[in-house]
Design a protein around this ligand. Sequence first.
Ligand code: NI
Length: 138
Amino acid sequence: MSQTIRFGVSLEESLLRQFDRFIVEHRYPSRSEAIRDLIRERLVSREWAVGKEIVGTVTVVYNHHVPGLNARLTDLQHHFCGSIISTLHVHLDRDNCLEVLVVRGKSREVRMLAERLQSVRGVKHSTFTMTTTGRALR
Ligand code: NI
């Protein structure tokens, strides 16, 4: 655990008023907590930008009756198996499947995996979320 340090911040009154409204809207307990969160958010997006290791999830929804689709998705996942930590498969109904992949690796590689999965014919919807390994943040 690192030490907590207090520091002063000067800002225009109007900006501070906007910030205080933001704090109320997002139900932050204090200005300090809101500032910590904003700093972490900025640092996390920087990790993505500089190509550090990230973790994330890729979610795909598809119709498993589409010929060759299951095989194509499995092929891709084996190709990128170094980036996939875990997968979860849910049979949503008679036709549709939901798959969630937990991914870890360089942001460029995992993004490539996400884009490749997204562009497979028969995939109805796909999302990719990135977060941080948490190691660089307190
Ligand atoms: Ni299924």
